[in-house]
Design a protein around this ligand. Structure first.
Ligand SMILES: Nc1ncnc2c1ncn2[C@@H]1O[C@H](COP(=O)(O)OP(=O)(O)OP(=O)(O)O)[C@@H](O)[C@H]1O
Length: 263
């Protein structure tokens, strides 16, 4: 059996903002076409790790190899050109551009064509003439993912794509992400507060605690270890409470949202 090519290799990575160091001594590898859940309590540095990969945060030391190149020190633009796609938490829509225009400006030659993207998000095809400002939250999130796919990323970074969506929309967007990974074979790193959804969807998991790696291993093993999951992320995973926000607010993960055939 041939092993898959390494797509992303991180070693001894330290990074932050200005003089402050937020993530320390992070290391992991991701194979081409693979999926990783990046988990942890609020404020542990998940988005900062994304920003470091994208060149938006300050890398202090360590190695980031992507597609066989050391991309440390390269511009954010160059990293996108290398094949890093990003779906930011804020979605960043243009209220005065249509759905079709959002997708056209992101279009870069590759396996993801407009037809393939509309195939994954039929709702966006129906709304192609609607303005960004006229879309619902769920449609905006689909558009944010679709726009990133139009850049033809070899690796897509998804930052809390289900955040702030109504339960029924969580299921719809969650199903699209599941199809993206399981049927289309898109490599992703997923930051998501809906921990069980993220673990069912992905092969591997990395849990951060105060900027350091607290768990690196199989998503399935973590999913099946309620005590460890509770210790690492603070979830009573044996109950139906499956997401947590800061300040003690706890979110329920809708039963309908599943991945990998588990419920
Ligand atoms: N632009 C910034 N400048 C300085 N500090 C920042 C900046 N962005 C984030 N931080 C700090 O870095 C730390 C980690 O934040 P980060 O957003 O990476 O965490 P997170 O794990 O993604 O949290 P959440 O789940 O709440 O999004 C926090 O202490 C935060 O205040």
């Amino acid at each position: 059996m041939t092993s898959k090519r390494v797509l992303l290799h991180i070693e001894s990575l330290c990074a932050g903002y200005g003089e402050s160091i937020i993530i320390e001594d992070i290391g992991f590898s991701l194979a081409a076409g693979s999926s990783l859940a990046l988990l942890g309590r609020n404020g542990v540095g998940k988005s900062t790790l994304f920003r470091t990969l994208l060149g938006h945060a300050r890398q202090r030391s360590g190695v980031i190899r992507f597609n066989d190149r050391d991309i440390s020190g390269t511009t954010p633009y160059a990293r996108v050109w290398q094949g890093l796609g990003w779906v930011p938490q804020e979605r960043l829509m243009f209220p005065s551009l249509t759905v079709a225009e959002h997708l056209a400006i992101a279009d870069r030659k590759g396996a993801w064509t407009l037809d393939r993207v509309y195939g994954l998000f039929p709702r966006l095809k129906e709304r192609q003439r609607n303005l960004g400002g006229q879309l619902s939250g769920g449609e905006q999130q689909m558009l944010a993912i679709a726009r990133a796919l139009m850049t033809n990323p070899t690796l897509l970074l998804l930052d809390e794509p289900l955040e702030g969506l109504a339960p029924i929309v969580v299921k719809e967007v969650g199903d699209c992400i599941r199809r993206l990974v399981e049927e289309e074979g898109q490599a992703i790193i997923l930051v998501e507060q809906r921990v069980k959804f993220a673990l069912r969807l992905t092969e591997a998991a990395l849990v951060l605690d105060r900027g350091r790696v607290a768990y690196s291993g199989s998503s399935n093993d973590l999913l099946n270890n309620a005590r460890l999951l509770d210790d690492l992320i603070g979830l009573r995973s044996g109950s139906n409470l499956q997401g947590q926000r800061s300040g003690g607010e706890v979110r329920r993960e809708p039963d309908g949202i599943t991945a990998g055939g588990q419920s």
